[in-house]
Ligand binder design. Sequence first.
Ligand code: HOZ
Length: 434
Amino acid sequence: MEYPNSTNLFERAQKVIPGGVNSPVRAFNSVGGSPLFITKAKGCHLWDEDGNKYIDYIGSWGPMLLGHAQPDVVKAVQETAANSTSFGAPTRIEVEMAELITSSVPGVDKIRMVNSGTEATMSAIRVARGYTGKEKIIKFKGNYHGHGDSFLIEAGSGALTMGQPSSPGVTEGTAKDTLNAAYNKLDSVEKLVEANKGNIAAIILEPVAGNMGCIPPVEGFLTGLRELCDEHDIVLIFDEVMTGFRVDFKGAQKIYDVTADLVTYGKIIGAGLPVGAYGGKKEIMDYVAPTGPVYQAGTLSGNPLAMAAGYTMLKKLKENPEIYGELEKKASVLANGIAKTLESHNIPHTVNRVGSMVGVFYCEGPVETFDDANKTDKELFGKIFHGMLNRGIHLPPSPFEAFFLSNALSIEDITFTLTAFQEAIAEIVSNEEG
Ligand code: HOZ
């Protein structure tokens, strides 16, 4: 495939936008080459500025559960926009959205809309600190909770593609209040809690890590954290920006049967429009202004377009629970097919999957922690990425991001993807041999 228009745009972009992109992973730093500039998408397909067509496995990093430009979502946005795009005043749809989520998700008695996952996690830890009167938080190496200062210490996602998991610009004062444990290693959390007894306000984690590839929690990890939090009066925060309404309508809380004290959401609940939210136990959420003293506000919070899009998609998901079974089946065909091809070429690999999130690691498993994930063969990843792109498959351009499937994918699309994967691997192997 040829990408002259995307390449030209990237050159122009680099002169006026840092790195030519508005979010680092998009710059293709991990895989080399010039990023694609996208013009449109429909269902599971997207098109770039050169008219090339791709099957999309990014899905805007999660929200496109029903595919791009889903007709009901588009209609809801168009009808809402005709009545203005923002009021800075309460609307009916915000109440309906909050009712839909609180009536569906375990432990979410009240919820506050914000504009991104970053805002949601920043606000959630502020509330946890206000509620407990304690300052330190525990997070996990390789988990990503957006770009709030407190989280940019040993962070996952784009921070890893920069080779810079801890960002300059975060003050020592902030950094000292963020403690990092090893994901899936309960003993590493216990040690931190013990060493900082009485000072931990919150433990925040991705219940299924999706920002260092896809890593499920090991047996007992989430229940162990729940018990630890109960014992030490620590607020347990599940960051379900990627997993909420994706791995199950009720999120990871449902599939692992662990209820957090606070839950954060992002792009999914806006069906791809800019949204975030945090919610949880009434007694904690009542600490938020104007009921309580913890301040948090925003003109675009509960924005009508975002609420209309998100509500329409969530309602469709709730009314059609069979979608989750269909997604599960498609993702398992994809994950098994990828593993089979790698196996047949004796390429070390681990394919992790939870529902419609898939993580492919080019190393022996199990992959349970960031240190495990970091063993993936990054050079091979880059070759496979470009081999797939050339065959019309749009995969995440980083070894530390998960694939997100949409239900718009047909089994034929997945078969096409697996054939492309077999060809790409065969080409790489033959180039290496030759
Ligand atoms: N950090 C995001 C995924 N984990 C990528 C955001 C983007 O580039 O859109």
